[in-house]
Design a protein around this ligand. Structure first.
Ligand code: HEC
Length: 329
């Protein structure tokens, strides 16, 4: 396929709503919500959204969520058969799963309707289910959905090496043990970090422990990887970010944090220029002047002393590394 053909195909892949003609792509698209579906959703919403606005049961987060999580899930809505639909059973207080009724509480939805506190009747829900055709779920991932995956231990190490202008040689020297290459730590002060499965593998136990602290897994140590933002991860990252920022700032001729020509002074204008540059450098987003001012006032100033800006620059540098936009992607 030449590159022009690719350009034509890509927009189709990205959207189900445009005039899609290729059957293979159509196959993956979900049935769109009808106006009647929207009406049902709006009717139920006041009684449901408090508990169902996010997560895997976030049916009421949007009409797309309602459509793809509830309407096109045949376990919950059986097109054409209200009696076989779990949704109807839940509204009538005859649910078959973990709960007998929705909403959870004293009264079933049907009772709320008869009391007048809900306006959309169960009859209307039944009629809607009778009328909808077979629904198809969109099997493709939504490219707009926010992804919240945190960096793995390997990614953290790679990103920090690169963004701070550091590398293996700043932390380790090569050594041999029984003829095998080992990474000998230059000193615990530097908080070295190395996967136990890496080659050369760390000679000091603590270098591997720190890697596990960041959630890194190891076949050798029989530790499975942990991608949750656990307290151990936060603690380890805090220590590592501060120590490594300090090391990066102290490293001679290191242009990662201060490229040639960038002034490293206590002058507010210089500091703010650096903070703005770092927002792009670490997070890939350019902080506004207001954000920079806030960071300057809240982080930089309290850490600076009349004779020394180092702690303040370390604090600002590690602030970016502990930023949620750095940790999660
Ligand atoms: C007070 C909180 C609350 C309210 C209000 C509520 N739900 Fe639920 N709902 C839950 C919980 C909790 C579950 C079970 C969650 C789980 O298993 O993860 C659930 C599960 C469900 C399920 C899945 C049932 C299954 O068997 O898989 C459906 C469908 C549902 N709710 C629909 C509704 C609808 C429709 C409304 C409004 C009429 C509603 N809920 C109101 C808390 C609530």
């Amino acid at each position: 396929m030449n590159r022009y053909a690719l350009l034509l195909v890509l927009p189709w892949l990205a959207s189900c709503s445009s005039e899609v003609t290729q059957a293979t792509i159509l196959d993956q698209c979900g049935t769109p919500a009808t106006s009647e579906t929207l009406r049902v959703m709006e009717g139920l919403k006041p009684h449901c959204e408090g508990c169902h606005a996010q997560g895997t049961r976030g049916y009421f987060a949007s009409v797309e969520a309602f459509q793809s999580l509830l309407v096109s899930d045949s376990r919950l809505v059986k097109a054409g058969s209200p009696d076989d639909s779990e949704l109807v059973k839940l509204l009538e207080g005859r649910g078959t799963g973990a709960f007998k009724q929705m909403p959870i509480g004293q009264k079933s939805y049907a009772q709320l309707v008869s009391e007048g506190s809900a306006t959309l009747t169960v009859e209307a829900v039944r009629a809607w289910i009778k009328g909808i055709g077979v629904q198809q779920r969109d099997s493709r991932p939504n490219p707009d959905a926010p992804r919240i995956t945190r960096m793995s231990a390997d990614q953290v190490q790679r990103a920090l090496y690169q963004q701070l202008g550091l590398g293996y040689d700043d932390f380790f020297v090569n050594a041999k043990e029984f003829g095998f290459d080992m990474a000998e730590s230059r000193g615990e002060d530097h908080l070295p970090l190395q996967s136990p499965d890496a080659i050369p593998s760390p000679r000091q136990y603590i270098s591997g422990e720190r890697y596990h602290g960041l959630g890194g897994g190891s076949v050798m140590n029989q530790v499975s990887a942990d991608r949750t933002p656990a307290p151990t991860f936060a603690l380890t990252l805090t220590q590592v970010s501060q120590r490594w920022c300090r090391r990066a700032l102290a490293k001679p001729d290191n242009t990662a944090l201060f490229p040639k020509g960038a002034a490293r002074t206590a002058n507010p204008a210089d500091v703010k220029a650096t903070l703005k540059r770092w927002s792009l450098h670490f997070l890939g987003e350019r902080f506004t002047d207001a954000q920079v001012d806030e960071l300057y006032t809240d982080v930089f100033v309290p850490l600076a002393t009349p004779t020394d800006t180092e702690p303040a620059y370390v604090g600002a540098c590690s602030y970016f590394i502990r930023h949620p936009h750095w940790i999660f992607y």
